[in-house]
Design a protein around this ligand. Sequence first.
Ligand code: AMP
Length: 377
Amino acid sequence: MDPHPSQPTEPNLSSDGNTEFTVPGRFQNLFPIGIGAQGAVCAALDTVTGMPVAIKKLSRPFQDVTHAKRAYREIKLMRLVDHPFVIKLLYAYSPQTTLDTFRDIYLFTERMDSNLSNVIGNRLDHERLSFLVYQMLCGIKYLHSAGIIHRDLKPTNIVVRADCSLKILDFGLARSVGTNFMMTQYVVTRYYRAPEVILNMDYDTKVDIWAIGCIMAELITGQVLFPGTDHVDQWNKIIATLGTPSAQLIARTNHSARRYIETLPVHPKPPFEQLFPESAFLVSEGSSSAVLNNSSARNMLERMLEIDPYERISVVEALDHPYVNMWFQEDEVNRPAPVPYDHALDEQELSIDEWKALLFREIQEIQRQTLGMVTDN
Ligand code: AMP
């Protein structure tokens, strides 16, 4: 990247009527493209590289410890990763040049066209569907190799281009975020939450496979697979759809979960042909290819949507499934792991002022490295 010092200018605009973006002059043609838990996102053109970028503004990310930890974790992780299906940080910038005045952080990433929720509802052929699933699996395998379990994969966290390429946009929940003790500031999506998380059992990387299964189902049918209205309803919807789990799984749950499950009527497991009938797919069975067909897609879904994580397909096995392995590229599937993420970083118990100082130093360093901008502090 060609570091190109430039002075901050004020190509300000409103993305939701009141968010101003103040970024270096090399970034032009700003327009709003999204809004997330941490703030507004704009598209812009980097006039130095000619590249379209997305700029996310974090306003006072140190306003409370939750926001500060999340911002710090995201920035550290985005700098660590290097995978075509995972978003990485191009630049970071703060218009404030001293710790005292420090307020906003701008994060710059490669711009994609849309997020995956905008694709839902468009009927996809198997080629597109399997390519999307392949990319999600590769990106997640790579994050797992850095010791990161995402735990919050959902369509709005995945950005796509018109050519069907995608990138995982954020890094999910920190390890320290419990499931019962969800941080109130963030609405953690329930729909894609794995059974073992709902049941408060030990969980591992398989939770991300469950989420990919739910997303794949939604891409096929256009509907959220398990639209639970609360924690308990989420579980009820899962078993009403997939059937009561095995006695082995129930035996591993805690006492209160087991008691609750045992009060529920026993649901038989329906055949996946019933859950995803021919009419759910764009292509009828007769006219499809030997590997990319409705029954192969159904089998992949059935393996990912296995309630018992011990029985659920692993990411390595999933990448070997005939439905996706035609896309297999060694440098995408088995890309060397990044330096493992040090979870102690975002588990530090620091005061707001200490987080602020840490974030400020981090941004100053990235700004110097990526934009060649040096400030006095
Ligand atoms: P975030 O705050 O990172 O969750 O982003 C909120 C929304 O902004 C996403 O759901 C996308 O619609 C959009 N967005 C964020 N980053 C990008 C990007 N790099 N390319 C395209 N859209 C993006």
